[in-house]
Write a protein that binds this ligand. Sequence first.
Ligand code: ATP
Ligand code: MG
Ligand code: MG
Ligand code: MG
Length: 482
Amino acid sequence: MTSNEIRQSFLDFLESKQHTIVKSASLLPDAPNLLFTNAGMNQFVPIFLGQSNCPYQPGRAADTQKCIRAGGKHNDLEDVGADTYHHTFFEMLGNWSFGDYFKQEAIDWAWELLTGVWGFPKERLYATYFGGDDKGEADLEAKEMWLKYLPEERVVPGNRKDNFWMMGDTGPCGPCSELHVDLTPEGNCGAKMVNADSPQCIEIWNLVFIQFNADEQGNFNPLPACHVDTGMGFERACSIIQCTKGFTDFSGVISNYETDVFTPIFQTLEEMSGKKYGSSMTDPADIAFRVIADHIRCLGFSIADGILPSNEGRGYVLRRILRRAVRVGRALGFKDAFFYKLTDTLADTYGDAFPELRTNRDRVEKTLKAEEESFNRTLDRGIELFEQVVDGLEGKTFPADEAFKLYDTYGFPLDLTEVMARERGLAVDAEGFEKLMNEQRERARADYAAKKSVIMAETAGLDVKPTEFVGFQTLESEALVE
Ligand code: ATP
Ligand code: MG
Ligand code: MG
Ligand code: MG
């Protein structure tokens, strides 16, 4: 199955179970406290909170949701390139019940889709359930339901962090069950590995059973109507189906990047660079392939949704990600702007499922090109400075004033300098950097206040000697928090 067929078969399956198929919401979230849309359920929060009525009859919906996890509560940016199944941008397939069906159907249908429709081998699946703690009882209902399909040793209890979902400190919440897939060549990973965040046994689908309302006192009160919220990693599903040749061979590389979700981007990169992707986890060029392919999706989809790189908030998250991509491009031999040239591949590969990539193709390309060219002007000199500093360094700490110079003069976001330092076994003095940033903010405020008082004096008709205007310093925003 191609990735487009896999996505469609998910939606068709849920449609056959009376779900209304809805469109992915924008990556720009409605909620002010979110950086980016980061889960399928974001767009349904008002329904869960009872603030809007469920428009679906019956109360069921399914979709694929564009998600970005590169800041705030969910930040997978540092995993990108280093592993093969966490992305900044990914699609989350999901199905929901709004006071309609509950655990039994959610579990039965997840099982039917994975093993029946897609053909996942049963003996490679593990289900987890909330194992209980001092604050709440174990979800034995879910456990029992999984035991219908799986032997006891593959129904595994999990802790609150992994198996109890809350929207915030209060509000709708409940236990969740996750499906994990054993990817070891022999298929013998064992129950211990399930909750170990191992690439050998990855989480594919999370089924959340919203059955409580948490109040201010920390009580979990049963909800009058229960809901279901599920999320499955689309690229992960594709990797398991495609890389094992339809589950017949688990001996090769099983990686999201080895699916037709990513291969068109790799092909373009190979043509442009003359290098070949070799699937290595340590080779800098192979890491660069993965980072660039991940980051172009993040940037392209964001810009198409109207979120532009900038110096503030979510815009600065995008700028940082773009600058990382441009910098690792050096590992593939790119000297001139190259990143924007992936725009067409993006539109061609995902344009059927996400037409906004076609409609906004020009905007994506122009924005990327301008961003990239601007950073390219200082990148090489910045790298040179970085190397000089590292050569002359005693100890393991990259000094704050040099990191600040890289930031202020050469446009290196702190996290980029940190990545580069880490590659050399060094750590950046981030605290010192923050201090220098604060001093700069103070200077900018003082400049602004001085200029403002001159303007106010002038408009009041006072004769004052204007101070020299040195321009507004960029006010770096405090990152939005979730
Ligand atoms: P993980 O433990 O692997 O980081 P998660 O528990 O953070 O995943 P959920 O919040 O439960 O993920 O999201 C639902 C599903 O979305 C996951 O089961 C996984 O398949 C997929 N997913 C989560 N984060 C990513 C990511 N960064 N890139 C690709 N897929 C992801
Ligand atoms: Mg995670
Ligand atoms: Mg998890
Ligand atoms: Mg999860």
